[in-house]
Each structure stands twice: as C-alpha cells, then as structure tokens.
Design a protein around this ligand. Structure first.
Ligand code: G3H
Ligand code: ZN
Length: 276
C-alpha cells in the first residue's frame, strides 16, 4: 500500500527506529525489497537515483514500483534519491513520487539553499516531502566529503523548509574499510534541530554505528551498494555452481532470495520490524 511519507518518518522519529530506504533499478530488486518488507511487516522507502532512471526509464521504473507497491500489504513510499535538478524533481512528482531528494550539496551554501527551497516548494505543491543535504558525502576511496557544520543547520532548515535533512557525518557512498561515523558530531547536530535526519552511504557502516546513529536522531537510512554487490555476487556464485544453467529466471530467483535476505537483515537492524 502507499503511505503518507510524513507520517512514516514522524512515527519512526517518535518511536526511535529508522526507515530503510532501499535503492532499486529493476524488477528483481524491487520485488526483493517488497518481499522483505512484507516478511518483516515493515514500512520501507524504495528509491531510484537519476542513474537508475537513466538505466530503466522513468515511466517504466516508476510504473513498476507503483504497481507492486499498490498490491503490497505494508506501507511503501516511492522516493527520488539524489535529484540534482528541478527538472527531474518535477518529472518524478508528476509521476506520483511521494518523496524527493534535492542534492545541492556540491554547491556553495547559498546556492544549495536557493535550489533546495525551490524544490521543497514544488514538492509541497504535490503533497510530497522533500529531503535536502547539508555538508557533502564523498565516494568511498576519495576525500571529497565535507562534514555537516551544525552552525549552518538553522539557517538551512528555516530558509528551505525541508522535511528531512541528510547529514555528512563520516559515512561515504560505497564501501570503505573502517568507515566510522562521527557520533559526537551527530549528537551536536541533533541538539541543534528537531528535523528528521537521514544517513546516506550506510553500506559499509558497522551495526554498532548504525545503532548509535538511530539513538541520536537518524530516522531514515539509505542502502544502495550492499544491494548491488549482493546482486553481482549472487549471479557469480550461481553461475559457478550451475555453469550450464540456461534459464535466467532460475538464476534471478536465487538473486532475489539473496537480496531479500540482505534487506530483511537491514530492516531488523534499523528496528522497523513489525511497524508496518
Ligand atoms: O543515496 C543512497 C545511499 O546514500 C546509499 O549509500 O551506496 O553506501 O549504500 P551506499
Ligand atoms: Zn546517498
């Protein structure tokens, strides 16, 4: 079923758990995420990046997710992840996305504020919620990240009216050895604001850090790389075991089972089991 995104996030914030926001780009991953959510009776957000949209086609991908979400028994929100322009925000909202992220994190602060405020206004006109990013998450293996400055938060939130705030607290997009969250910084951020906080780059972050992040205000957690790695690893293992297998449906059924298992583990870790 479709759910009110605002209510989904506020329930998580009030009750001290996090909503898993899982990235998809195809039928198999979408099906696995929904099966995991149903098995765990958990609300979830299903996210598509501009790259996933470029891969699958916006209308096809949104249509597939919406159709599958409609017949599911748990609350599902369709989310645009890392939208970089007003155009893509607009296109997704017109197709029924209930939540969008505008990522102006590579821009100077004032430009990020201007772009985010514009995206929030459009999202709210569509009765959707909008997430912004303050500070910048780098890619694993690089040093491009800028940690969130807690002193910018009030200015950013009051000028943009964002519903959710993605913060840069040490995690990276992708998986890096010894990815460590700066929980001291998260505590300072949490003391500054009541806005629901989002953790990006959660693949590669330890379970202990995830638990501490949730205890200190994180109520949405994004997972992408772990899913893509599970997909590829699963295919390699199946083909190594059954090199003669000709029917891709047999291969992809096992891939879906492996992704479902991963997503169920994340849901349990985030504490949203039984909240559907
Ligand atoms: O927006 C997506 C996430 O930040 C995913 O990060 O690829 O490290 O799981 P990840
Ligand atoms: Zn991200």
């Amino acid at each position: 079923m479709f759910a009110s995104p605002k209510q989904m996030i506020l329930e998580a914030q009030k009750n001290g758990y996090a909503i898993g926001c899982f990235n998809t780009s195809d039928l198999e991953i979408t099906k696995a995420i929904i099966s995991a959510a149903q098995k765990q009776n958990s609300p979830v957000m299903i996210a598509t990046t501009p790259k996933a949209i470029e891969y699958a086609g916006l209308e096809a991908l949104a249509g597939l997710i919406k159709q599958m979400a409609k017949s599911s028994k748990v609350p599902i929100v369709l989310h645009l992840d890392h939208g970089k322009s007003i155009e893509i925000i607009q296109q997704c909202l017109e197709l029924g996305y209930q939540s969008v992220m505008i990522d102006g994190s590579e821009k100077p602060l004032e430009e990020n504020i201007r772009l985010t405020a514009e995206a929030v206004e459009i999202a709210h006109q569509h009765k959707a919620i909008c997430e912004g990013e303050l500070g910048h998450l780098g890619k694993a293996g690089t040093n491009q990240d800028r940690l969130t400055n807690q002193e910018d938060i009030e200015n950013f939130v009051s000028k943009t009216h964002v519903d959710l705030l993605a913060v840069s607290i040490g995690s990276k997009h992708g998986i890096e050895l010894d990815e460590k969250l700066n929980i001291a910084l998260l505590k300072k951020i949490h003391a500054e604001t009541n806005i629901p906080l989002v953790l990006h780059g959660a693949s590669g972050v330890s379970d202990n850090d995830i638990n501490q992040a949730i205890a200190n205000g994180i109520c949405k957690i994004n997972i992408d790389t772990d899913i893509r790695h599970t997909f590829s690893k699963s295919i390699r293992q199946i083909l190594a075991k059954y090199p003669q297998e000709e029917d891709f449906r047999n291969i992809l059924s096992q891939v879906m089972a492996d992704i479902q298992k991963l997503v169920e583990e994340k849901i349990k870790l985030f504490g949203s089991t039984g909240k559907g």
